[in-house]
Design a protein around this ligand. Structure first.
Ligand code: A3P
Length: 306
């Protein structure tokens, strides 16, 4: 396979979950993810009406998928009826561009298409750059993202391969060697594009969504051209969507406690604590200082605080 030949020529480092991460176009990927990203670069035909939800892994992808799916389908699937989120994990409702194209799972939809991706900005397929499709980018504080990724990767590691020590994982993360890392460069590239073209890209922070979810849900609705009507506001639609998609609700559903994705990952792996500042329970002060210094240095002068 062409992409396998390419992979053998790429720099590689010890992976978090599986054997290696490979450096492609300046960012690190697991083998299967990379094959999907390459295939998607070659084959994905973006349409102007497409909407892409983009995140660095563990920044709140599952939550964003649930919210956007519910928002844009609120007429087709009213929140109070038998909603698809009650029987399906958000990852089964909004496909990942890389994973699903690679597995040939994407079905042709004739209307509005919603995809998610972790791909860095400059590695998005050319047809995405050439089209007018919209991008919603969600990022998260690097300390919480790191802690979430550390737990997740240890959870998913195949049996008998042990857990990643916090120190080893921290070293990899800070050197940029994490899935779709360097984390800071991933965020920065989307931030810069958002600053230049806010009609096309909406930039959100997990912490802001937690603090003022209603404000940001309304922003999302406006951005996607489906603002809440007066009657929807009056009947509490915003609150209903937030409740349905909230951590407390989703994490307790049977499907998310016992179900699995097609790739075998358990749905419950995507719901851990869902809080802001959980890093305080794990990271020693030395790690906090190191990561804060990197963040300060990387984001210096760009007007972004995480
Ligand atoms: P924690 O590990 O800090 O709890 P992703 O979806 O990108 O894989 O990110 C997973 C993180 O988002 C996990 O963070 C998870 O608990 C949190 N999360 C999942 N669903 C959420 C929700 N509905 N609201 C808020 N956070 C959520």
């Amino acid at each position: 396979m062409e992409s396998e030949e390419l992979m053998s020529s790429l720099p590689k480092e010890k992976g978090w979950m599986y054997s290696y991460l490979y450096k492609f176009q300046g960012f690190w990927y697991g083998a299967k993810h990379l094959q999907g990203a390459i295939k998607c670069q070659k084959q994905f035909q973006a349409q102007n009406s497409d909407v892409l939800l983009i995140t660095s892994p563990k920044s709140g992808t599952t939550w964003l998928k649930a919210i956007i799916f519910t928002l844009v389908n609120r007429t087709r699937y009213p929140v109070e009826k038998n909603h698809p989120l009650l029987n399906k994990n958000p990852h089964d409702l909004v496909p990942f561009l890389e994973a699903n194209l690679y597995d040939n799972q994407i079905q042709d939809q004739s209307s509005f298409r919603l995809f998610a991706a972790h791909v860095p900005y400059h590695s998005l397929p050319k047809t995405v750059h050439d089209s007018a499709c919209k991008i919603i980018y969600l990022c998260r504080n690097p300390k919480d993202t790191f802690v979430s990724l550390w737990h997740f990767s240890n959870n998913l590691k195949p049996d008998k391969t042990g857990t990643n020590s916090l120190e080893d994982a921290f070293d990899l993360f800070c050197r940029g060697v994490s899935p779709c890392g360097p984390f800071w460069d991933h965020v920065l590239d989307y931030w810069k594009e958002f600053k230049e073209n806010s009609e096309r890209i909406l930039f959100l922070r997990y912490e802001d969504m937690k603090e003022e979810p209603g404000v940001h849900l309304r922003r999302l609705a406006q951005f996607l051209g489906c603002p809440f009507l007066a009657v929807e506001e009056e009947t509490g639609m915003v609150e209903e969507i937030l409740k349905l998609c909230g951590f407390d609700n989703l994490s307790k559903l049977e499907i998310n406690r016992t179900g699995k994705l097609a790739n075998g990952v358990e749905n419950k792996a995507f719901f851990r604590r869902g809080e802001v500042g959980d890093w305080k329970n794990l990271l020693p002060i030395s790690m906090v200082k190191t990561i804060d210094q990197i963040t300060e240095q990387k984001f210096s002068g760009v007007g972004l605080v995480l």
